[in-house]
Design a binder for this molecule. Structure first.
Ligand SMILES: [Zn+2]
Length: 260
């Protein structure tokens, strides 16, 4: 009897820079965490990170691997112009919509080091509400006033979509892709992940409250503004790096294969 086995991917740590390897390990961890916390969508959606010491290059998942299978050595390396610089020996290539969305971000936002995109039920549902994300919870107020909205025009496979997405995002780090899902951008993989974690939970809490068929208690504008400003960059710590160390320790205890 034959058993399905893990994919066999040649380790590449010795053939890439230390900075690229670190980005690969963090990004592979992010895929595993995305899956662990219920934010993956089979093989769909994508999370990326810049190659820190190679301008114009970023890392992305091979289109065909489950997020729970992603390893540091499995990630594709691609330029912002779509040239595939590295792919493991697997029959999995670059996802066109993934390339469009992430290359749009890196071309337009020199400050972005990582971007994460999800199709969770809560994210898709809030993306379909005219009201968008409401400041109903403390968690949501972290995002209110800082969320971009991008209209749906069909799957993002057309390169012309890149300029439109960059325009919608502007200088913001959080985006609701209408009728589609969620997008976060960060100065590190950990920032993009923790932002997505919070945005996802804000969406889940809003939907749970709205489903109760009872009037909603909305904080006053004054309170929302105060809370929002307490989360503003410069007024609070950077969310991501502190949480990330604990998350990596958890993965190292329970799912260390991301480091391969
Ligand atoms: Zn998508």
């Amino acid at each position: 009897m034959t058993h399905a086995s893990a994919l066999s991917i040649a380790p590449i740590q010795s053939s890439v820079s230390a900075a690229e390897w670190q980005a690969r390990v963090d990004l592979a961890a992010c895929y595993r965490l995305c899956d662990r916390y219920g934010m993956s969508d089979m093989i769909y959606t994508h999370i990326t990170a810049r190659v820190p010491d190679a301008p114009g290059q970023f890392l992305i998942n091979p289109n065909g691997m489950l997020f729970s299978e992603i390893t540091a050595s499995s990630l594709l390396k691609v330029t912002e112009d779509g040239e595939l610089l590295y792919r493991p020996d697997l029959p999995y290539g670059l996802h066109p919509a993934g390339f469009t969305i992430h290359s749009a971000i890196y071309r337009a936002r020199p400050d972005a080091a990582s971007a994460m995109h999800t199709h969770t039920i809560a994210g898709m549902a809030v993306s379909a509400l005219k009201c968008g994300l409401l400041p109903l919870t403390q968690t949501a107020t972290r995002f209110c006033g800082r969320i971009a909205y991008h209209d749906f025009r069909g799957p993002e496979r057309d390169p012309s979509e890149r300029d439109l997405l960059a325009q919608s995002l502007g200088a913001l780090n959080y985006c609701i892709l209408r009728n589609h899902g969620l997008l976060t951008v960060g100065a590190s993989v950990s920032e993009a992940f923790i932002a997505m974690w919070g945005l996802e939970r804000a969406c889940q809490a809003q939907l749970a409250a709205m489903a109760c068929n009872t009037p909603l208690e909305m904080p006053s504008e004054e309170v929302v503004e105060k809370s929002c400003s307490m989360y503003a960059p410069g007024n609070s710590r950077t969310y991501g790096p502190l949480e990330w160390q604990g998350l990596l320790r958890m993965l190292d205890r329970t799912d260390p294969g991301f480091r391969d």
